[in-house]
Ligand binder design. Sequence first.
Ligand code: PMP
Length: 441
Amino acid sequence: VQPPAPSSTAQSEALFERAKRVTPGGVNSPVRAFRSVGGVPRFMASAEGAYLTDADGNAYIDHIGSWGPMILGHNHPAIRDAIVAAAAHGTSFGAPGWREVDLAELVCQITGVQKVRFVNSGTEATMSALRLARGFTGRKYTLKFRGNYHGHADALLVEAGSGLMTNAAELGAAAPSSAGVPDEYARLTLVAEYNDASALDALMAERGHEIAAVIFEPVVGNAGVLLPSAEFLAALDRVKGNGALLIADEVMTGFRLSASGATGRLGLTPDLSCWGKIIGGGLPVGAYGGRAEIMDYVSPEGPVYQAGTLSGNPLAMSAGLATLQALQADPGLYDRLDTYTARLAEGLQQAADSVGVTVWINHIGSMLTVFFQAGPVSNYTEAARSDTAAFAVWFQGLLKRGVYWAPSQYESIFISAAHGETELKVTLQAARAAFAEVVQA
Ligand code: PMP
């Protein structure tokens, strides 16, 4: 048997054909299908450190880290050992166990919330937090921001970012963002432009008494990276004076932008926080938490129902625990991630400039987006002006050189502890060559 040629994608192509016959679009989450960048999605066989290896044996420097969870790099020994050790004692109890108590205590200690409830995804976390806010306040309406993505619960699929932004042209999306979400639901969700403090103040002055919750990404990853202005953060803080709950969706940013997430880094204290991704160390975990007076509205303590067969699953909890413990044991990591990502941003800007491609780069901590436009980019409307065709050419240029970037203009990349000097150098070389191809295209 001949080993596959390094550039062969035969196995991925064959798997994609089989997958399309039995799964919508051949994938279990839309952005993986490469619809906006074209080409064959790579079907992965293994992951180690900063690298993904596909079914044909091609290795890639991974810049998505499973869309956030793998902050320590893939197949981290401490996390793998914790999962294996937990599995030896049974995979699900349907009854409480010690690991969920340990992880809840650790999350409370690190983030400052008083109580936390574990669920199985970021979607469940935001959906449940929203129900809790409605139950707690007795109000119906939610306010969210254009281009922020909070998972795929009906009430939050309104002018949402991420894959919905990628596929917007395809869907003809306005509000709601998805077929199957009744207008009646969408009407309960008000939408404002991100980073527009006066629009938020005006909406709160007019409708604040009806609003149960304002939900937001404290740093946006789902329209590409958008950074909140100081004025906008101050307006978000004022929401709390209105009786509405302020819900920080830290599914991407939690335990990533600092130990206490984006809100901790930016000095904002929400009423409720939602987590996912890193909190499960690569296994399916989400969580929401806040002050005890609010969290005690959740069943069985209170009247807001929320449950889960696999919630608090011992394998998932062990992966989350090992991840948060490893992060705690390495307090310098966040600074190192910041430095690496800042150098990557600078190198990418120079590479683009050197061949005359216009890009605007937003980055913070270990999150970064290269927007193919002159910028500045601070909200959905500005992000949507990007040249997605140029991005697609650049993406393919990276991929064929062994650099796996987020396969959409409107996503963040995620740097991990496993990214080092070699990965930075190879990525920047590939980026420069790929920018040159954008000029030729
Ligand atoms: N909120 C944010 C900010 C997210 O980025 C995501 C997913 N990328 C979600 C919620 C939904 O999380 P999940 O995909 O785990 O359901």
